[in-house]
Design a protein around this ligand. Structure first.
Ligand code: IMP
Length: 425
């Protein structure tokens, strides 16, 4: 049975919530491998909308074990309140949710520092959830793992060390920073509950794969936000790409059977940084409105633009994608024409590659497709789509050099054309 990685192929917000939920219908385990509460995966069940930030999107499937891997950074308060919200809506997750004791804790000073830095001139438009500073502590080897929550004395020592490390920066930012006692007081109300969920998750994931269980490794953010492969420095601090699944869940590359990339039928981005196919006109506004393109964590309006095929080819390459799941095709319904970037003109000539290091000097070459007006939501096969929408899909597939496994044509579970389910058979 396969272990399947699901990864965002753009700048995040590709609609991972819905697609992971669909693919986990037959799964036994779903593992979030990176990021933290900067993610916001929207799940729609019946007429209800649920946004999960830390908890994997497979949580709605009652028999699925949910794992928060050691590649994640976890704000204990957010996790507990997310679990309470789910519980209030009838989704009992706590008994089948396992949290890595090696994941790092986002503590109040991380959030403070993230917020203060975003007020300065180095701002990159983060989600201000403390994600960057927490990963900085991890790499600086002064982070607080959730495992330390088990031992009050150890926790005090680690928090003290981290605060010492941040003291010069906090002073430079004009903040006195919290005391160790204040941080410990903030942790205390959630500590016992967090400790109950902790485990060494790597062996659990490895065991599940060895036992032929169906395992989904769920990415957050997207390829172009990857700290190594994204549009640096306008990136997140983790590794959303498929390689990050191996590190963040503790799975060797040879154990991964398939990598599916999620791509929206157009492009969006939140926060700063280059976005060559961005639209600053009525079409961009329309896509934002119809697609409800507002950040699910921060509520910020997302920047919108045409699909970028060189960027998609880059994502296929960086992640080794085996299949594409295309989302939000229905949002383009009603446009007279749909454009797509097929290449770039750069100072060194025309290229079909994504010129990641010279995006500021690159001009997208756009190709135009005729639009369609028919409602898509009821289609259940490619043949039932309007010819223009089908042409658009087939063009994407052939230009990306990667087969389509799914097309999402509305927010509901059933508004989906599944061409190949990686867990079928
Ligand atoms: P951070 O991850 O909060 O540090 O933010 C760094 C950059 O990544 C900013 O541009 C954010 O808007 C972006 N970002 C982080 N998480 C997500 C996400 O889940 N979806 C889309 N953009 C994100």
């Amino acid at each position: 049975m396969p272990a399947v990685v699901i990864v965002g192929a753009q700048w995040g917000d590709e609609g991972k919530g819905k697609i992971v939920d669909i693919f986990t219908e037959r799964a036994d385990m779903v593992v979030r491998y990176g990021g933290g509460p900067n993610a916001g995966h929207t799940l729609v069940v019946g007429d209800e909308k649920i946004v999960v930030r830390l908890v994997p999107s497979g949580v709605l499937r009652k028999d699925v074990t949910c794992v928060l891997g050691q590649g994640m950074v976890i704000d204990p308060k957010s996790l507990v309140s997310e679990l309470d919200d789910l519980e209030a809506r009838g989704v009992a997750a706590e008994g089948r949710l396992v949290v890595s004791d090696r994941a790092h804790a986002i503590l109040p000073y991380h959030v403070t520092i993230d917020g203060l830095r975003e007020q300065g001139k180095g701002a990159i438009g983060t989600t201000k959830r403390g994600v960057g500073p927490c990963y900085e502590d991890k790499v600086a080897r002064r982070g607080v793992t959730l495992g330390a929550f088990r031992d009050a004395a150890r926790l005090r020592e680690l928090v003290g060390r981290a605060l010492e490390g941040w003291a010069p920066m906090l002073a430079a930012l004009g903040d006195r920073g919290p005391t160790v006692d204040e941080v410990l007081e903030a942790i205390e109300p959630t500590r016992a509950r967090i400790v109950k969920m902790l485990a060494a998750t790597q062996p659990l994931v490895e065991r599940a794969i060895k036992d032929q269980k169906r395992v989904v490794l769920e990415g957050a953010q997207g390829t172009l936000l990857d700290v190594d492969h994204g549009t640096y420095p306008f990136v997140t601090s983790s590794t959303p790409t498929a390689g990050g699944a191996c590190v963040g869940a503790g799975v060797g590359p040879s154990r991964i059977d398939e990598v599916i990339g999620l791509v929206k039928a157009y492009t969006t981005r939140v926060g700063g940084g280059p976005f060559p196919t961005e639209l600053h006109d009525a079409v961009g506004d329309r896509i934002r409105k119809v697609g409800a393109e507002f950040g699910s964590v921060t509520g910020r309006p997302r920047r919108t633009g045409w699909l970028d095929l060189p960027a998609l080819r880059y994502a296929v390459s960086v992640n080794g994608l085996d299949g594409l799941a295309l989302t939000k095709l229905d949002v383009l319904t009603g446009l007279d024409e749909v454009k797509v970037c097929v290449a770039y003109d750069t100072p060194s000539g025309r290229t079909g590659d994504f010129p990641i290091d010279e995006l500021d000097r690159a001009t997208p070459v756009l190709e135009s497709f005729r639009g369609w007006n028919e409602e898509l939501g009821k289609a259940r096969s490619m043949a039932e789509l309007p010819a223009a929408a089908r042409d658009y899909l087939r063009f994407i597939e052939s230009e990306a050099g990667c087969p389509m496994v799914l097309a999402s044509i509305g927010p509901r579970r059933d508004e989906t054309i599944v061409l190949r389910d990686p867990f079928a058979g």
